[in-house]
Design a protein around this ligand. Structure first.
Ligand SMILES: [Zn+2]
Ligand SMILES: [Zn+2]
Ligand SMILES: [Zn+2]
Length: 485
């Protein structure tokens, strides 16, 4: 989001249409108050339609080129029948007037992003600086897997696929009682990273908190934002149950804004992996996660290390309830608060009240949710009325629904498999004719920008045993949409 907007801003500044490349200044120019969530979320009638001020347009219709990150298809090197999609910088051509429209559209979308980045950062700092004796902050992140190595081949070019990988879950623990934070890392041979695995990685850390700081009853978590395992409903279920099972009295889980959550844990993972490589260079094999753990243990690192058994993670995965109800609007959520078993309060952004020991506030339009009794399951009839028209697709219950995405000037149907604040993951069909689609032999599942999804649709109907078509009325409407693109 940042980069695509920056490309447009730089171009327009270079053409002397706007007089700054500073995004904060541009945001200020289209909002009444950058610190007001209503203005920044596009809910203020005073400023939601404001345009960025421009100097005299020499010729609105003159052609311009500009860069954007775009998803494109790339042919497989050895097999022309296979292709893959990659995201790369692409040059687009348009008129100056259109580029200005693009600027205003992207800038208005950016304000929410900018508000979230700032708000979460302010909250994070206030939380850490204001910690009381009964509180701790745990900031976590998965590090990229460590590829285990043998000393003899560290020089060799060949790094075979047979190498084991170790999962590293890293974090920093901040406690009122201790002025310097505690860095930690749990290592596991299991490559599973979903919510039950997260809580197996957290388990020794929480045990450590319980035994070392018995005064701590409230745990505040921070992690990066959407499109990660931390945002899944399973994690929300576990935070609202596990903490209480372990004798804590309350907790919050806070998310940094998308792509703005890298911090201290990231550095820990990198440092440990470099240390491990150094050990291998000196002649010690690290063929697996257990050896990585003991090599690092003996390295004199100040990072607290834990080992997580693969069996424990497998057991936790199979012990997860598989009928958890979805939390509405989770992809917007940046804070969940739990004060009793199975109960959650959540909101779009973290509230400063929670950094001042008030976990009961209702600010920022707080929503309540319980895992304690079964939720009403939407019936087939309500589902079908909702999708008879080209529906507003960006509603929270879209996972599992059909959608149409536009890609390279063509439309493709697919099933939404996951959704977050900025992207939608879709398993898409391949095209074989006008409004004729089929499932490709190899699953084509990719994250798409929200913009690339045109609409949620009713499921396509089979026309032959393998081919399907989108409902003819919907298809006709989609053609109109396509013309406007
Ligand atoms: Zn950004
Ligand atoms: Zn406003
Ligand atoms: Zn509040």
């Amino acid at each position: 989001m940042h980069e695509n907007l920056t490309f447009i801003v730089q171009k327009l500044h270079q053409l002397r249409v706007i007089n700054t490349v500073n995004l904060d200044e541009l945001v200020k120019s289209i909002t009444c108050d950058p610190e007001n969530i209503k203005c920044m979320y596009g809910e203020c009638s005073e400023c939601k339609d404001l345009s960025c001020p421009v100097s005299e347009l020499v010729s609105a219709e003159s052609g311009v080129t500009y860069l954007q990150w775009a998803t494109v298809e790339r042919e497989h090197k050895n097999d022309p029948d296979k292709s893959s999609k990659v995201t790369l910088k692409k040059e687009f051509q348009t008129t100056l007037a259109n580029l200005l429209d693009q600027l205003n559209i992207q800038l208005h979308r950016f304000t929410r992003h900018a508000f979230n980045i700032r708000n979460q950062y302010i909250h994070y700092r206030a939380l850490r600086n204001g910690l009381k004796a009964h509180e701790c902050v745990i900031h976590v992140d998965f590090s990229e897997n460590y590829l285990c190595k043998y000393s003899a081949e560290i020089q060799a070019v060949h790094f075979g696929a047979s190498h084991q990988q170790a999962t590293l879950h890293t974090g920093v623990l901040y406690v009122h009682a201790t002025p310097s934070p505690v860095s930690f890392c749990s290592i596991s041979p299991s490559r599973v990273k979903g919510p039950p695995a997260i809580w197996q990685h957290l388990s020794p850390v929480l045990d450590h908190v319980k035994s070392t700081y018995p005064d701590v009853t409230t745990v505040h978590f921070y992690s990066d934002g959407p499109c990660t395992q931390y945002r899944q409903r399973g994690n929300m279920f576990l935070v609202s149950t596990e903490l209480f099972s372990r004798g804590f009295k309350a907790g919050t889980w806070n998310f940094f804004e998308a792509s703005h959550g890298k911090g201290a844990p990231d550095g820990i993972g990198g440092a440990l992996k470099r240390k491990a490589d150094g050990i291998v260079c000196k002649g010690t094999d690290i063929p697996g996660a257990a050896e990585l753990y003991s090599a690092l243990q003996g390295s004199g690192t100040s990072v607290k290390l834990f080992f997580v058994d693969e069996q424990d993670i497998d057991r936790a995965v199979s012990g997860m309830p598989n009928d958890l109800p979805p939390l509405p609007s989770t992809m917007r959520m940046h804070q969940a608060v739990t004060l009793s078993y199975g109960e959650l309060t959540y909101r779009d952004v973290s509230c400063l009240c929670t950094a001042a020991q008030n976990l009961h506030c209702e600010c920022f339009d707080a929503k309540h949710f319980t895992f304690n009794h079964p939720q009403a399951v939407p019936t087939a009839s309500t589902a079908s009325t909702a999708s008879t028209d080209i529906a507003e697709w960006q509603s929270p219950e879209t996972v599992g629904q059909w959608c149409v995405l536009k890609y390279d000037g063509e439309l493709y149907p697919g099933v939404i498999t996951d959704i977050c604040e900025t992207h939608v993951e879709v398993r898409s069909m391949a095209k074989i004719g006008i409004n004729r689609f089929f499932w490709p032999a190899r699953e084509d599942i990719l994250w798409y920008l929200l913009d690339e999804i045109v609409s949620v649709i009713t499921p396509p109907k089979p026309v032959t045993s393998r081919h399907m078509e989108i409902d003819k009325d919907i298809w006709a409407k989609l053609q109109n949409v396509l013309q406007e693109i």
